[in-house]
Design a protein around this ligand. Structure first.
Ligand code: ATP
Ligand code: MG
Length: 247
């Protein structure tokens, strides 16, 4: 059975979508069959981070509605074992038929090694939709006080939902910034009360790759790409240390 992974945050703009695309790509290039589902209804942009915005893609509602099989999800032009379902534009997360959504995920688990749900920011209906059915939740935060506080809040909601497998990624890390604001990675773990899945450096390549319509992995092998490769290996259960130079 494939694993269902929700990528969430408390605060918006922490890098969920960028990291979802990059980690999914890392796993796909390691030979796994991956499905990415954009669950940010109305504000979708996972297609941009995947460099698939020029590719016609079904929305997950097309599949939930019974019109298409989940394996009709669009294959990535460069990474064929990576498939994608976009988010519908004209629908509220509150109005998604939970049992149809669950059925789609149940079928997807049988067809893919891992399924990523890219959640909207916050702890509202879209967050619940993604976290509800997930086996594992990745909470993305940066080191700013507002982001850490909102991550802690989201972590508490996940705990109340009974989610045991929750780990954080601290994104956009720069040694200079951490020392200027006097925050350590340990502080982030202490304040959220959650174990660390990985650290991703602040890397202009993330924005540049998206602006040039390229997958991050096609743009550079270093920085955020290398960090996402390490995170992908940890998701696969491998022990991969965090390089000293990152912290
Ligand atoms: N490691 C990074 N280094 C530099 N820039 C980054 C990094 N990660 C993300 N970004 C940039 O931060 C911005 C927000 O990223 P992204 O859209 O992935 O966040 P998000 O959490 O999905 O946002 P939203 O809450 O709106 O869905 C983008 O411009 C992206 O290019
Ligand atoms: Mg996003």
């Amino acid at each position: 059975m494939g694993e269902l992974i929700a990528i969430v945050s408390g605060k918006g703009g922490t890098g969920k979508t960028s990291l979802c695309a990059a980690i999914a790509t890392a796993l796909a290039t390691s030979g796994e069959k991956i499905l990415c589902i954009d669950c940010d209804i109305g504000l979708r942009n996972l297609d941009i981070s995947l460099a698939m915005s020029d590719t016609c893609a079904l929305s997950f509602l097309d599949v939930c509605g019974g019109g298409y099989d989940v394996t009709s999800a669009t294959h990535h032009p460069q990474y064929p074992s990576l498939s994608f379902l976009t988010a519908p534009m004209n629908c509220a997360a509150e109005n998604i038929d939970l049992s149809a959504f669950h059925d789609m995920l149940r079928i997807a688990r049988a067809k893919y090694d891992r399924i990523f749900l890219d959640a909207p920011a916050g702890i509202d209906a879209g967050f619940q939709l993604c976290a509800n059915f997930a086996d594992r939740v990745i909470l993305v935060t940066d080191a700013s006080p507002a982001s850490i506080r909102d991550a802690a809040q989201a972590g508490q909601v996940l705990e109340r939902m009974g989610k045991a497998q929750v780990r954080i990624i601290v994104n956009r890390v720069s040694k200079k910034m951490l020392s200027a604001i006097r925050v350590t990675i340990d502080d982030v773990m202490d304040e959220t009360g959650l174990p660390l899945l990985g650290i991703v450096p602040d890397d202009g390549s993330v924005t540049l790759a998206a602006a040039f319509g390229l997958p991050l992995f096609a743009y550079t092998d270093e920085g955020a790409t290398a960090a996402c490769r390490r995170i992908a290996k940890r998701i696969q259960g491998r022990t991969v240390p965090i390089p000293k130079k990152q912290i």
